[in-house]
Design a binder for this molecule. Structure first.
Ligand code: 5AD
Ligand code: SF4
Length: 561
């Protein structure tokens, strides 16, 4: 199987050398030279030998990175990250790959030889920001006459626009999609001769499982771990399945190893990342357990996966690594919250009780056009089940207004859903039509911009008002706060509660476990009494230093810690 996969990869590589997907921009000589290098690369026997010795499903080497392709001079890279948390984690993966190849990192623009821009394509607004940044970088490159400066575009916008990016933005030297980061050292080496290089091949199995991400922010008490990539859902408005490709999960063992390493480094919170973390499936493993069923009233456009380790199994393993480590996860799809997932979340003190249930709309008719696979009623039923199974649970959501054909009445159903559900966190977006999506082909983007804007403001108003009420209801309660740092301006301590709300309190020595007083530092757990609330922040008074287990033991759950 592995042998066949490698052969497929090799043949893909050969065809891509002369196709538009992986193209080195200079002339036909370049293609000849790529083919020549492929000849020098691994042959059939290398694949057979490897397949008979090993069953590793990930890519332990880059077969087409040859000695001549390695970068010759020391080069300093400046990273620019746009978009979601997945992009932050992908940047750590890129940095890990480049560091190994001798690149250096800088946070000073003037020192940089290479600018790598990790991009987002989800809405037009996200891309507009990146075009502005490219304007700036183009000017920077022009002014840096005495040395060569290269610009690389990575991620979803690279995947969406492919070589059009280079045609449109001549200053760009490298275009690399989300599945081709292993190829970056080679692509960057090619630019040393003044060529431009593109690799936007999507993969069915790339998960970067063997690349240990090197965190750009080593001091942070929290870290992200990508557990799966891509999305099979094909919501009609969304570009993600086209930019990030098919859904695939990373093996459980490599995720657990990474959590363990982070725990050893003193990290206190990990967020499991993916487009749909709760449809996670490690097919390399078998379990005795029953297969997962979709939540009631939910359906998918693809065949539900069978066998293998499921998200509930992963949560079980990850939360058992270190009971003092908080576990979060995002993003999720409401269809994949079966009872066993809710059960394990409710049982484990260190799995944060904040569930992302992106509704996208409160109208069944709009949900149908969006191809979300559920109705308003099924969604509300799930919310009811979640709230009864996990007492004190917080909810977050994503909502879109102004989707194709959305009437005033349909939009009002979204507002009424927001009134009913009590979201602690919501990400609210005006619809932005994306090329390639089903909506682009099938529907008309017929809600005028000013109406989208007005509806967006109305959603924001409901959200802020509701949050203010929810937060005010917390005044007088004691929250467990993980301290993240100190505010530069005020010198106040900043941390987050279990529901990911920011909690602020004054810097002071706090009662310690031994009865004395000690200062508060990042990574500490502190019990904080809430004394003030805004829609996005809570203000508190620190009571005592504690641990996650001690805090919840006192609350009710001791024996589970
Ligand atoms: N327009 C507006 N919002 C979108 N999202 C995805 N695609 C679009 C689009 N074309 C939102 C969805 C998704 C979140 C990550 O971005 O709400 O959950
Ligand atoms: Fe996009 Fe839908 Fe997949 Fe989320 S679930 S990434 S909205 S296609």
């Amino acid at each position: 199987m592995l042998y066949i996969r490698r052969l497929q990869r090799l043949s893909k590589l050969i065809s891509s050398a002369s196709s538009s997907n992986c193209r080195c921009y200079s002339d036909t000589q370049r293609f000849a030279s790529v083919k020549e290098k492929l000849k020098q690369g691994p042959g059939l026997k290398d694949f057979i030998t490897e397949s008979s010795q090993s069953v590793i499903t990930d890519r332990p080497f880059i077969p087409y990175l040859l000695e001549n392709d390695r970068i010759k001079t020391k080069r300093r890279v400046f990273f620019d990250v746009y978009g979601c948390q997945m992009n932050l984690n992908d940047t750590d993966i890129v940095w890990s790959i480049l560091k190994k190849e001798g690149f250096e990192k800088t946070e000073v623009e003037e020192e940089a030889d290479i600018f790598l821009v990790m991009t987002c394509a989800i809405r037009e607004g996200a891309e507009t920001k990146i075009w502005h940044r490219l304007d700036h970088l183009r000017g920077f490159k022009r002014r840096a006459k005495d040395r060569s400066v290269k610009i690389g575009i990575l991620g979803c916008m690279a995947e969406r626009l492919k070589e059009k990016l280079i045609e449109k933005e001549k200053a760009v030297d490298v275009v690399a999609g989300p599945d081709s980061y292993r190829d970056l050292p080679r692509l960057l080496a090619l630019t040393e001769n003044g060529q431009q290089a593109v690799n936007v091949l999507l993969s069915l199995d790339e998960t970067y499982a063997d690349v240990v991400p090197v965190r750009l922010n080593q001091d942070s008490v929290s870290a992200f771990i990508s557990i799966m990539r891509g999305c099979d859902n094909m919501c009609t408005y969304c570009i993600v399945p086209f930019t990030r490709g098919r859904e695939r999960s990373r093996p459980v063992s490599s995720i657990v190893d990474e959590v363990r390493q982070l725990a050893d480094q003193g990290v206190k919170e990990v967020t499991l990342l993916g487009q749909n973390v709760n449809s996670y499936r490690d097919v390399t493993q078998t379990t005795e357990k029953f297969d997962t069923h979709l939540a009631k009233g939910f359906k998918t456009v693809y065949k539900t996966k069978k066998g293998g380790m499921r998200f509930a199994d992963l949560l079980d393993k990850v939360s058992s690594v270190d009971p003092e480590m908080r576990i979060r996860f995002t993003a999720a799809h409401p269809k994949d919250f079966p009872e066993e997932v809710l059960q394990i979340i409710s049982e484990r003190p260190n799995i944060c009780k904040l569930l992302h249930l992106p509704a996208q709309s409160g109208s069944s008719a709009v949900l149908e056009r969006m191809r979300r696979g559920y109705t308003r009623e099924a969604y509300l039923q799930l919310v009811h089940e979640v709230k009864t199974t996990i007492p004190g649970v917080g909810l977050s959501t994503d909502m879109i207004c102004g989707f194709c054909g959305e009437t005033e009445e349909e939009f009002e159903e979204t507002l009424s859903l927001m009134e009913m559900v009590d979201y602690n966190i919501a990400f609210l977006f005006p619809y932005s039509m994306r090329e390639k999506t089903t909506a682009y082909r099938r529907y008309k983007d017929d809600v005028p911009d000013h109406i989208k804007k007005e509806r967006h403001n109305r959603m924001l108003e409901v959200y802020r008002r509701k949050c203010q009420q929810l937060n005010e209801a917390e005044i007088g309660n004691t929250h467990l706060v993980l301290v993240e740092g100190i505010a530069k301006k005020s010198g106040n301590i900043l941390g987050r509660n279990e529901l990911y709300l920011r909690v602020v309190f004054e810097q002071t020595d706090v009662l310690a476990e031994d009865g004395g007083l000690r200062p508060v530092k990042p990574g500490d757990y502190v019990a904080v009494k809430i004394v003030g609330a805004r829609s996005a922040t809570l203000r508190g008074v620190p009571l005592y230093h504690t641990s996650l287990c001690d805090f919840y033991r006192e609350k009710q759950w001791g024996e589970r810690c």
